[in-house]
Design a protein around this ligand. Sequence first.
Ligand code: IPD
Ligand code: CA
Ligand code: CA
Length: 264
Amino acid sequence: MEVPSYNYDLTNVAVQAAHKAGDLLRRGFGSHFDISKKSNTFDIVTEFDKAAELAVISHITKFFPSHAFLAEESGSIDKPNAPICWIIDPLDGTLNFAHHIPTFCISIAAVSGTEILSGVIYQPLLDELFVAEKGHGAFLNNVRLRVSTVEQLNMALISTRFPYDSPESRQKSIQSFSKILSIGNPIRITGSAALSLAYVASGRFDAYWGLDLSPWDFAAGKLLIEEAGGTITSYNGENIFPLKNCNTLATNTALHAAILSYMK
Ligand code: IPD
Ligand code: CA
Ligand code: CA
């Protein structure tokens, strides 16, 4: 594995960790594996989520023993006065992975206070590595990324998620979905919020909206979008913080105000 040298050691280590987890997920994809339920039938975790998370945390800890973690399967791992908190989704798109659907990724972000310094999203089956560094741009396999240039809402390819937890969140989601659907645009659901955000950063999608995303779903994607010239806010247009759940709208900037008006 050849790892190019980025501006921050944080990014180099995150890329290495993503490759380690990616090797595991690539080997596990399509095999028989243990699946357990979390909060409901569709909220599941596989043995590969856990193994990939362990691989990422162990790799990062080897280089940065004083850093803290917020990881989907392990929760919060605090360290006194940690200068950096790593936000990790070891397998975003678990339901896809469990159903042998080849759309999933690993998402890793390094956060100092509320500032995201490095963000890495890796799709191991396609070997697509999305990397962003604060102030140094966003890249897909070392090629600079820019968001799309679409300015008219009726030309936009938009992606979203549907929640399946509480009846209230399903209801809220139906409202925003039917408003966007009324524009008459095509809508895509990848089943991986992090990958959808990386696709906004790379101009494949013009926008993505998702109710109640967790920090590990959007932290790396947020930096990718901002470094690629996009905008990512709450449904109220406010800045979003990497350590809190958030209703998230990500766009190519040109479409932000127009789509925001449908979220209210
Ligand atoms: C899920 C995916 C999905 C989104 C869910 C997330 P997971 O993450 O990102 O697209 O709709 O809200 O929980 O469980 O596969 O890591
Ligand atoms: Ca996950
Ligand atoms: Ca996730």
